[in-house]
Write a protein that binds this ligand. Structure first.
Ligand SMILES: [Zn+2]
Length: 644
């Protein structure tokens, strides 16, 4: 076996597949493998939990840790109590009636769990140097390993897949003492082939390898037009998922069991590429399964050329804030650079329309479900003498929330028809058909929305990283903000909240992509503390708490200037980053434009606003704002206070 000595970069290629084209026997085997793989993952969790249990017991025996454990026990008791309350709410009220909200309780649990983790880490610190604890830990670890080896020997999972499960588990089980949750089986999963020593792309296309094969497609396909290319790149992949012996039985042997899937090889693989891992992934998508082939490929040609892009110049500061401008746009962020340019990052009406479609589908599905639920509830309660299977399948119908329980009921009902059920049965069948259709539609639309947004963000961050030397973002915890109070709401009449805008805007994704692009281009990605970026006036330094968070144009009480508050925040981020020389900052504040270094480019879909110095902006006609917000009745702000 060759050791990994290569320094070549790795990339993951993902290709869409159609469901496997294999015999029923192999398909059954494939499904079994997914189930074994899932079970193996849960076995790993079980073993880890045992190890942690042992570690906790050792620490509990330490007199020093007793007070901490008293607190831990109390926290656990509180969590259990809240869980019981949530269960009571969920089980106690039928879906058809107004259900008390349990989400606030969920939040309490989350914060308690955080405290619990903190307590555990305090315990760890307290007992870390104790030799008795160390010895016991070592023993617990050795037991874990011994049991892991047993489990590995006992699993029916084919070898590449269990190695991959172990690798994934290692990632998941970082240091800690708390118990890990098991995962529920949704018939999803990955089957994996580890290609030890690597398999060159050419070998993979040769059809000779006994692990992974892809039928080659002619080279000229890549030079064709898009439509022809998409047709030409249809092919098949075969991945080994097991073995047969000489008698043809599924057992240790030399004959591979292939899982074969139609594949759309929409990207050319690098000629010098070496495949290290191959995964066939199945994921529930609506009520259907989506199949994908993932190839982890290493190649020298992934290395960027010596100078990937002209050296970046200057700094860009990006302020993340999300709100509806009106029905036509969601503002995701605002940027300002050290050359005096600035502009907004918006999701346009087209995107919002896409999100609204998903919302509408969700709503319509839930209405249809409530309707069928109340009809069936009446029927089953009125029906006498139900067959046992049907009785069981329709138990607690009033409490159901998930559509799949209705799908299941239909399946059971089909086998257990009773007298006089025709109308209701037909109603459920009709509901089922329609709901599956809507479910599909919803899943596809949601995926399309996500892709569209990702595409816009990728282009934008690519431009930022290729232009500037430093890209600065605020170090805000976006998940915390998402849960925060419903401020910053745009238009209250539409009932849309900041939370909703944030979900759609996915500012965290924008920031993540910016970081990745910076890494790719070798630029500096800077995170600055978020404090006061929107409260301090960039121009005069005056600080004031703003009451109206939804106001876009702010007039500073210190200097009298009126400006877009997001623009002000972006400028403050530039200053806090300490990547912009003080002279430049002074020029920006004075409205004197430093010499433009990079040519202004089309940053987002719209061109960046023409630079207008602050003293001109406070003139009666604030063109920039009026244009950007697209409202003919933009507020006009009379000049006031001193101009520089
Ligand atoms: Zn000011």
């Amino acid at each position: 076996m060759r050791r990994k000595t290569s320094d070549a970069p790795t990339r993951i290629y993902t290709f869409g597949c159609k469901p496997p084209q294999v015999s029923d026997e192999v398909f059954e085997y494939y499904e079994d493998q997914l189930w074994y793989s899932h079970r193996y993952a849960n076995t790993l969790i079980e073993l880890k939990n045992e190890q942690r249990e042992a570690m906790r017991a050792t620490r509990r025996a330490q007199p020093k840790a007793a007070p901490l454990f008293a607190e831990i026990d109390q926290l656990n008791a509180e969590i259990d109590k809240i869980y019981a309350e949530i269960r009571a709410i969920k089980d106690g009220t039928p879906v058809l009636e107004a259900r008390p909200k349990w989400e606030p309780l969920g939040k309490v649990v989350k914060s308690l769990k955080k405290k619990l983790i903190k307590k555990y880490s305090e315990v760890s610190k307290l007992t870390a140097s104790n030799p008795a604890v160390k010895a016991a830990d070592k023993e617990a670890y050795e037991t874990y390993w011994a049991r892991l080896k047993e489990a590995r020997a006992a699993t029916l999972t084919y070898w590449g897949t269990y190695t991959a499960r172990e690798k994934a588990a290692k990632e998941r089980f970082k240091a800690g003492l708390g118990p890990i949750k098991f995962k529920r089986y949704e018939r999803n999963g990955l089957l994996t082939m580890q290609l030890q020593g690597g398999l060159s792309v050419a070998e993979m296309f040769s059809g000779q390898d006994l692990r992974v094969q892809i039928d080659p497609i002619p080279d000229e396909v890549w030079s064709r037009g898009r439509n022809q290319r998409r047709k030409g790149c249809r092919t098949h992949v075969r991945m080994r998922v097991g073995s047969r012996n000489a008698k043809g039985e599924i057992a240790r042997g030399h004959t591979p069991i292939w899982i074969e899937l139609p594949l759309l090889l929409h990207r050319q693989l690098p000629e010098d590429g070496v495949v290290k891992w191959a995964h066939v992934k199945r994921e529930r998508h609506g009520h259907k399964f989506k199949y994908e082939l993932l190839l982890v490929i290493e190649a020298q040609s992934f290395k960027p050329a010596v100078s990937p892009a002209p050296a970046g110049k200057g700094t860009i500061g990006v302020d993340l804030g999300w709100r509806y401008q009106d029905d036509k746009a969601i503002r995701v962020a605002y940027w300002a650079d050290s050359f005096g340019q600035h502009g907004a990052v918006d999701l346009d009406a087209y995107m919002i329309g896409g999100f609204d479609v998903v919302r509408g589908l969700k709503k319509s599905r839930s209405e249809r479900q409530v309707k069928i639920q109340s009809d069936l509830d009446a029927f089953f309660r009125g029906a006498r003498k139900l067959p046992d299977a049907l009785k069981e399948a329709s138990a607690h119908l009033r409490l159901w929330g998930a559509p799949k329980r209705f799908y299941k009921l239909l399946n059971v009902w089909r086998e257990n028809r009773i007298k006089g059920d025709e109308d209701f049965f037909a109603a459920l069948e009709a509901w089922d058909q329609k709901d599956r259709h809507l479910d599909d539609w919803q899943a596809n639309q949601a995926r399309r929305n996500k892709n569209r947004r990702a595409d816009q963000y990728r282009k934008l961050t690519h431009l930022w990283a290729s232009t500037y030397a430093h890209v600065v973002f605020e170090d805000v915890d976006l998940t915390r903000l998402a849960r925060g109070p419903k401020t910053e709401s745009g238009n209250p009449s539409t009932g849309r909240t900041a939370r909703d805008a944030m979900k759609r805007a996915a500012p965290g994704h924008l920031r993540l992509l910016a970081k990745e692009m910076c890494d790719k281009f070798g630029r500096e990605f800077v995170k600055v503390p978020a404090a006061f970026t929107s409260r301090d006036c960039f121009f005069c330094g005056h600080s004031e708490p703003w009451e109206d968070r939804s106001e876009e144009v702010h007039r500073c009480a210190g200097c009298g200037r009126a400006y877009d508050r997001d623009h002000n925040a972006a400028l403050n981020i530039l200053r806090t980053s300490e990547r912009v020389p003080p002279e430049t900052l002074q020029m920006l504040a004075d409205g004197k434009l430093p010499k433009l270094q990079p040519k202004p480019k089309d940053f987002s879909r719209r061109r960046p606003d023409k630079y207008i110095p602050p003293f001109e902006r406070s003139q009666p006609q604030p063109k920039v704002l009026a244009k950007r917000r697209g409202t003919p009745t933009a507020p006009t702000i009379p000049a006031q206070g001193g101009t520089p």
